[in-house]
Ligand binder design. Structure first.
Ligand code: ADP
Ligand code: ASP
Ligand code: MG
Length: 408
């Protein structure tokens, strides 16, 4: 008998008919002789609605109370799914994160899972129940409700699979696997049968929201067999996340393209070019808890230089305030911003053994007249910051240039 953890995302439980569809799918797996634990998201749009509601009441809602509010979306779905299961004769029992005891740290709205008490779930499974757990939420050591960050139900699913030593964790969503890029932006995108953990980690961290990055980290760390599949299709193997050794020898150079629209750029103009300047600029930004992504320092002329970096668009105003406060002390001339930046990244373990990938990327963008403003690289990815209005075009031409639209 196999133990399977299945996670169904917001669209997959978006209305009563879809919840019944999930119940039928779950029932089929149980009838085939498996023990099934189900993790569900809030119905689609519900988390956004709850966040908006909180913001109407308070401009900057208290994170602890925000978690109390946004975690309710998932509580509705677990109850509804259990009812739907019982309605077709399947024994089912629901748990909120706090009831299972998914213990997290106290970092409200972005908490990390520390421990899961799997014993009660095992007992319920052994008694023939399908166990339905609310995704995205946990409880801290003080009993306060916490949430795991947007897309966090993926992480609940994988963490439960790890704790229960499940045979497989299946992430059911509204696409039938991981694609070479977001199929909503590039219709020619192809579904991948497998992708390595390393590549999936990069794609997730660079903006592909098909899996939350922490879920991929968890799966890699605890060796969880992780698969992405469609909740709307009966057949299909989806995409299996694998370790590199299992891959074919013949690697494509690039496996996928990720992008992120929410970037903004700050440039501090005319700063004295002397040791410690990067620290003087980025130190206060880090102290304000603002994550900095790409960084460029220009060559100096007349003893001064320009220093640029990108932050998430939502943090731009805060970052400007921080820099305005230290501008005089640093001796900078002025600060300019660009709110409409985007980042496009090509990812592939095959890059390690191929020269000329960067130049091919840059040439492709140049041919379309797309100006690259910043570049950052790692062993298996190259990211560029460009104007947001060129984002779709950039992703499309790169997808074609690297042959991602033709079957390997
Ligand atoms: P769920 O609600 O099921 O968690 P999400 O909306 O979080 O679903 O994630 C699925 C979406 O991720 C897809 O609808 C797709 O638009 C987007 N996506 C982005 N990049 C990719 C990719 N490389 N492969 C597949 N889907 C992707
Ligand atoms: N409902 C949460 C969100 O919308 C968690 C999830 O769906 O994974 O971010
Ligand atoms: Mg998601």
């Amino acid at each position: 008998m196999a133990l399977i953890v299945q996670k169904y995302g917001g669209t997959s439980v978006g209305n009563p008919e879809r919840i019944k569809n999930v119940a039928r799918k779950v029932a089929k797996f149980q009838a085939a002789g498996n023990q099934v634990v189900v993790v569900v998201s809030a119905m689609s749009g519900e988390t956004n609605r709850l966040i908006a509601l909180a913001k109407e009441v308070a401009g900057a809602p208290d994170p602890r109370e925000l978690d109390v509010v946004v975690s309710t979306g998932e509580q509705v779905t677990i109850g509804l799914l259990c009812m739907a299961l019982q309605d077709i004769g399947v024994k089912a029992k629901s748990y909120t994160g706090g009831q299972v005891r998914i213990l997290t740290d106290s970092a409200h709205t972005k908490a990390r899972i520390l421990n899961i008490d799997e014993a009660p779930i095992k007992k319920d499974l052994d008694e023939g129940n399908v166990v339905v757990v609310a995704g995205f939420q946990g409880v801290d050591e003080h009993g306060a409700i916490t949430t795991l960050g947007r897309g966090g139900s993926d992480t609940t699913g994988v963490a439960l699979a790890a704790a229960l030593k499940a045979d497989e964790c299946q992430i059911y969503t509204d696409v039938d696997g991981v694609y070479t890029t977001d199929p909503r932006v590039v219709p020619e995108a192809r579904k991948l049968d497998t992708i390595t953990f390393e590549e999936m980690l990069e794609l997730a961290s660079l903006g592909s929201k098909v899996l939350q990055i922490r879920s991929v980290e968890f799966a890699g760390k605890y060796k969880v067999k992780l698969r992405v599949l469609s909740s709307f299709q009966e057949e299909g193997e989806g995409t299996l996340i694998t370790v590199e050794e299992e891959q074919n020898m013949e690697q494509p150079v690039i496996s996928g393209i990720a992008f992120n629209r929410d970037e903004a750029k700050l440039t501090v103009l005319g700063v004295p070019d002397k040791p410690g300047i990067a620290y003087q600029i980025l130190g206060p930004v880090a102290d304000a808890n603002i994550e900095v992504d790409m960084i460029i320092q220009n060559v100096s002329k007349d003893g001064t230089t320009d220093f640029s970096f990108t932050v998430a668009r939502g943090e731009l105003d805060k970052a400007v305030k921080v820099l305005e406060a230290v501008k005089e002390h640093i001796g900078a001339r002025t600060i300019v911003t660009d709110r409409t930046m985007a980042k496009v990244s090509i990812v592939g373990v095959g890059m390690r053994s191929h020269a000329g990938v960067a130049s091919q990327m840059f040439r492709t963008l140049a041919e379309e007249g797309i100006n690259i403003q910043m570049i950052s690289t790692s062993e298996i990815k190259i990211s560029v910051a460009i104007e947001e209005k060129y984002l779709e075009l950039a992703v499309r031409v790169l997808h074609k240039a690297f042959g991602l639209d033709v079957a390997a």
